[in-house]
Write a protein that binds this ligand. Structure first.
Ligand SMILES: [Zn+2]
Length: 299
């Protein structure tokens, strides 16, 4: 094994010689004491340098098991205690803070396609960018299931949502049906509720405990959309939505009509209104989410 300490000592000797030469060629007490201070500083610095690379072999050295065992223990003890006692720990606001935004389809799955070549997978990604900005302006943190032309599985997308605390899930679609210029919000239709024999909610029924909250969220979003897009329903409708079924959070599908428009700009023009309505709807839902989680915990 290389001994890093030797190298540091060599440099120290070289500097000592160099300083001595400079020192002997000059006269005067002041200069020499400055030189001495410089030498001390260099020595301290080099000693520190020599010790840095020497430390890891000490920790991993098998010949000193007591020290090796104690040091990581002491370190992990400090790490564990500091977040609990530190006054600088980030304060997490209880309740709803995160929106998991799901631009549906992507990759090889283009979704609905219009005769004019409009692809649902592209449109929803562009809508998502505007929805994200509107939600962030309302103070929400946004997590997207995809940022580019990828196609995560239904389970991947749900898993991302299910890993969050204090989140709702919004999946974005562009339909091939419906009156162009209208928007519909769907919540999952009722699922066989309850837990399985092991006491857990099965993955494919994860939405079941959240159906009431999802309906509430859906109604808030749909109500805001109806104000902007005439001909849209007033409340959210129930339907069997594959993506929502496995999502363990208040979850809605927003479906914009439609890919059959001749001019793509007809859809693009809807994006700011859709984004604003979703953000306002989620913000209006926020107090309901807090109340519901607290009563749920006390059961
Ligand atoms: Zn779709």
């Amino acid at each position: 094994m290389r001994r890093p300490g030797t190298q540091g000592f060599g440099i120290l000797l070289y500097v000592t010689n160099y300083t001595a030469k400079v020192s002997s060629s000059t006269s005067g007490w002041k200069f020499r004491s400055l030189n001495f201070a410089f030498l001390l500083l260099m020595a301290a610095g080099l000693t520190a340098l020599a010790q840095v690379p020497a430390a890891p072999p000490t920790v991993t050295n098998n010949s000193s098991p007591t020290f090796t065992g104690q040091q990581p223990g002491a370190q992990s003890g400090n790490t564990a205690s500091s977040p609990a006692t530190s006054p600088q720990s980030p304060i997490t606001r209880p309740g709803l803070n995160i929106v998991v935004l799901d631009p549906a389809h992507g990759g090889t799955d283009t979704g609905a396609r219009g005769t004019g070549g409009i692809r649902e997978s592209e449109i929803v990604l562009q809508f998502a960018m505007q929805v994200r900005r509107a939600l962030e302006a309302q103070g929400f943190q946004v997590v997207q299931t995809r940022l580019g032309d990828e196609n995560p599985s239904f389970d991947d997308r749900s898993a991302l949502a299910n890993a969050q605390t204090g989140a709702v899930f919004v999946t974005l679609h562009v339909a091939s049906t419906g009156l162009p210029g209208t928007v519909r919000v769907y919540v999952n239709s009722s699922l066989p509720g309850g837990r399985d024999s092991s006491g857990l909610v099965p993955w494919d029924r994860a939405q079941s405990p959240f159906l009431t909250l999802s309906q509430k969220l859906g109604d808030f979003v749909q109500g805001n959309l109806a104000q902007k897009f005439r001909g849209s329903p007033g409340t959210a409708q129930a339907s069997a939505v594959r993506q929502l079924r496995t999502t363990a959070a208040p979850a809605v599908a927003v479906e914009i009509s439609s890919v059959v428009v001749a001019d793509r700009q007809d859809l693009d023009r809807m994006a700011p209104g859709v984004a604003d309505a979703i953000a306002r709807g989620v913000a209006a839902f926020r107090p309901s989410y807090v109340v519901a989680s607290m009563s749920g915990a006390s059961r």
